[in-house]
Write a protein that binds this ligand. Structure first.
Ligand code: ADP
Length: 411
């Protein structure tokens, strides 16, 4: 509390509600300063919910954001939900939070059990009992990007007008800070991209200088031209993968869902990489259930091609690649599972954590093969846009298995 607010509160004639308002205002100003100075999205989200809890004196707080890729409303962070549970909850638009998004207005529910649009499913999933709820829209640049919620006012009290105003102000400041953090992530990506482009460009430049030298032995010319061809191909791959990823991240990619024979797609993808496999004497085999998938066929092919190319590139000579398809269940829903296993170099525990990050390449293996470090990041985005997951199990020197799961049918 600042000195001014304290002095005002010490004034015996000051009604308690005004003193409370001033105190909240002071704290909001302080929080706003903190939010504006945070560009790391995860820590920003943590600060927002802790501010929401403190300002409205409630048991839990959460942020739901509209997924730019799918338009779905999802929990981004919640003080009472574990992150692995959160990934599986899509909040329907006819829920209370959905109402706040579509109407762009706050909503107070004193007793959720009397509210027909209250979805108990979330409470059941997270084993939490919601009693009262205050949900306000998060608006940035005149667009609702999500919902900020305070849950269960402490002491069984009701959320009042003061709470609504405070949370609404916090939500609009938080929305702008989130947009800024997202933009920063994007500009960071551009900076990294430019950095990545410089390496092949620099080696192309050095090659042209060499080629122009009159004293260059004739037999060296062929090597240099081959190298230039490799670098040019890498530049082309980098730019097209960069565009793919930028589209996926900005939500401009729409899924074109159809039903198709997954086994046929796997065989078709394996056919594309067979020449590469043959060069290293690697065999590719498929096993498992013949399943019908409902997904974006072209994008799933892109994922498979990335996993298969990696399984060959980072494999030993005369190694093996096996693709296994199976049916599994996630939260009682039927899911498809595809495991791509190789007998290659494997990935250390330390590196496994960073595998799906942009431009990340393991130093030892990267030198053995050309690549961009974007393939797995793109694959993860595609699988997650299908409400699926991509995971990795690997042992150094033995090999790796990349597993993709996704719902049997995309809702
Ligand atoms: P790229 O292959 O173009 O470098 P990816 O995003 O597809 O980019 O892969 C990132 C990095 O992960 C690779 O550079 C490589 O170091 C490592 N990697 C990927 N797949 C495998 C695999 N099957 N076995 C071992 N290492 C792998």
């Amino acid at each position: 509390m600042s000195m001014d607010a304290k002095n005002i509160m010490d004034d015996a004639n000051m009604p308690a509600s005004i003193a409370d308002m001033i105190e909240r205002y002071e704290r909001l100003m302080e929080i706003s300063r903190q939010l504006n100075s945070t560009l790391d999205l995860a820590s920003l989200l943590r600060k927002i919910i802790s501010a929401a809890k403190g300002l409205t004196q409630c048991e839990a707080a959460s942020i739901l954001l509209i997924d730019p890729a799918t338009g779905e409303l999802r929990f981004e962070i919640a003080s009472n939900i574990k992150s692995q549970d959160m990934d599986n909850i899509v909040v329907p638009l006819d829920s209370i939070a959905g109402w706040v998004v579509t109407h762009g207005e706050p909503r107070v529910i004193d007793d959720v059990t009397r509210e027909p649009s209250w979805s108990k499913r979330v409470d059941d999933t997270i084993e939490f009992q919601t009693r009262s709820l205050l949900a306000v829209p998060m608006r940035a640049h005149n667009k609702v990007i999500g919902v900020l919620e305070s849950v269960n006012k402490i002491g069984g009290q009701r959320f009042d007008e003061n709470d609504i105003n405070t949370l609404t102000t916090l939500a609009s400041q938080a929305a702008i800070a989130i947009e800024n953090a997202r933009l920063f992530q994007q500009s960071d990506f551009i900076a990294e991209m430019v950095h990545e482009l410089r390496t092949p460009l620099a080696s192309l430049k050095a090659s042209t200088v060499l080629l122009k030298r009159p004293d260059l032995p004739k037999e060296r010319q062929g090597d240099i031209v081959d190298m230039m061809q490799g670098e040019t191909e890498r530049l082309i791959r980098l730019t097209s993968e960069f565009l793919d990823l930028a589209r996926l991240e900005s939500g401009r990619t729409r899924l074109d869902i159809s039903r198709f024979d997954l086994h046929a797609l796997i065989v078709e993808s394996a056919d594309v990489v067979i020449p590469q496999a043959n060069e290293k004497g690697i065999t590719i085999s498929t096993k498992g259930d013949k399943l019908i998938a409902s997904a974006d066929r072209g994008k799933i092919k892109q994922v498979l091609l990335n996993l298969l190319t990696n399984a060959i590139k980072y494999n030993k000579d005369n190694g093996e690649v096996i693709i296994v398809t199976s049916q599994t269940q996630v939260d009682g829903e039927p899911f498809i599972r595809m495991d791509v296993t190789d007998t290659g170099y494997g990935i250390s525990k330390e590196n496994q954590k960073r595998m799906f990050q942009k431009f990340y390449r393991v130093a030892d293996t990267a030198s053995k093969s050309q690549g961009t470090g974007l393939g797995l990041t793109i694959a993860k985005h595609i699988v997650e846009a299908h409400e699926g997951t991509i995971t990795l199990e690997s042992e150094l020197g033995v090999g790796s298995t990349f597993s993709v799961t996704m719902p049997m049918a995309k809702k």
